[in-house]
Design a protein around this ligand. Structure first.
Ligand SMILES: [Zn+2]
Ligand SMILES: [Zn+2]
Length: 154
């Protein structure tokens, strides 16, 4: 090692995490730090995921890169606010793009190497699975994301 002569990259503190779909045909990476992490209890997330909650990590759109299998990605947008993407080979879910926020929700389970640290529950008024973890429970969304910001009981 010649530490003195090593050149530092442009963004030396930027961490990158690898992820992928259930079968591995689609691989992706996320870089940096997420804008927010938590659980969404909304009806759309539950219906699409067939699960009781969605564990989300929100990243700036350009922090998410598909590194393999881009041609295997299917997309469905019920509304212009959420473009839900999955692997056409295995059906495994990958992420949801939210263009109006400039953010992409990469599901926590899609990036197993990333230390998921949820900070909030959103859309808790729609919950089908009450969780008593002491984290804040928002009726809908934070104010800065267009919601009421109102907290409700666990
Ligand atoms: Zn797959
Ligand atoms: Zn949701």
């Amino acid at each position: 090692m010649h530490a003195v002569s090593e050149s530092r990259s442009a963004t030396p503190d930027t961490k990158t995490y690898q992820g992928g779909c259930f079968c591995g045909a689609v691989q992706l990476s996320v870089s940096g730090d997420p804008a927010a992490m938590g659980y969404c209890h909304c009806e759309s997330c539950r219906s699409w995921s067939a699960g009781p909650v969605n564990a989300f990590t929100l990243w700036k759109t350009d922090a998410v890169k598909v590194t393999r299998g881009a041609d295997q990605i299917g997309v469905y947008n019920k509304t212009p606010r959420s473009y839900r993407k999955w692997c056409k080979s295995c059906g495994g879910h990958l992420f949801t793009e939210h263009p109006h926020w400039g953010l992409t929700d990469v599901y926590a389970a899609t990036i197993p190497g990333f230390a998921y640290q949820p900070g909030v529950h959103v859309n808790y008024q729609e919950t089908r699975l009450r969780l008593h973890d002491g984290l804040p429970k928002l009726q809908d969304l934070p104010k800065e994301m267009g919601g009421s910001g109102i907290a409700v009981a666990e």
